[in-house]
Design a protein around this ligand. Structure first.
Ligand code: ACO
Length: 196
């Protein structure tokens, strides 16, 4: 199956938000774009299985979840568009970027080989500040070590900073700390968890 052009896909957010420098670094045999409603069939869940349990779901359930996230991303009619952050918060209404940014890297045969997500938290502190949370980074085992994880983090961090987040954070295992340090992150504080 050849690569499907972005224009034929229903995407989670505008592809222009992904820094163009990332596609340039990937070269012509790989493609980076926002998640599409039909990425179930391109192996999204298979790639996530290198990270944790990602049992199969039906294609309909997958699409339904995608549409739910896309509907949350749709800006309220009275606010600015997700692709046009305001530079001055003091004299204009608060900027409301989209909330969910999942990106994928594909081969020319339309197979997903790397994924990652960013979601935006809106705060009341720090003058209605925004925080970017990076989640669910996974690179197919067969292509690990080829800088695709780094490109995913660069892209998500670029989106986070371009929509105005004052920081971008993530949780990881001790084993992955050196990887995130290579991506420009530093260890801060501790994670607490309570599983249901
Ligand atoms: N320990 C030390 N260095 C590492 C490690 C590691 N575990 N992983 C990568 N690096 C280094 C690489 O050597 C490279 O260094 P270099 O620039 O000096 O050559 C640099 O980090 C970039 O590495 P990439 O090639 O981009 O790494 P890769 O594409 O394999 O992606 C990832 C790394 C995402 C951890 C991948 O191995 C993976 O999918 N692992 C399984 C799932 C996982 O653990 N995901 C992260 C969960 S945390 C979260 O989601 C927030």
């Amino acid at each position: 199956m050849p690569l499907t052009p972005n224009s034929s896909l229903e995407l989670l957010f505008p592809p222009s938000l992904i820094p163009s420098s990332i596609q340039a670094k990937l070269g012509s045999d790989l493609h980076i774009r926002p998640l599409a409603s039909t990425d179930y069939k391109r192996g999204h869940l298979e790639v996530l299985r290198v990270l944790t349990q990602a049992p199969d779901v039906s294609a309909d359930s997958y699409t339904s979840t995608f549409k739910h996230l896309a509907s949350i991303n749709a800006p309220p009619s009275s606010s600015s568009s997700p692709s046009s952050p305001t530079s001055s918060r003091s004299s204009t209404p608060p900027f409301h970027p989209a909330t969910y940014y999942t990106i994928v890297i594909l081969t020319l045969s339309d197979e997903i080989i790397a994924v990652g997500s960013l979601f935006i938290e809106r705060k009341f502190l720090r003058s209605l500040g925004l925080v970017g949370h990076i989640e669910d980074i996974a690179v197919s085992e067969k292509v690990q070590g080829r800088k695709l994880g780094l490109r995913i983090i660069e892209a998500l961090t670029g989106i986070s900073e371009s929509v105005g987040c004052y920081k971008t954070i993530l949780n990881c295992s001790d084993k992955n700390i050196p990887f995130y340090e290579k991506c420009g992150y530093e260890k801060k504080e501790n994670e607490m968890a309570k599983y249901a």
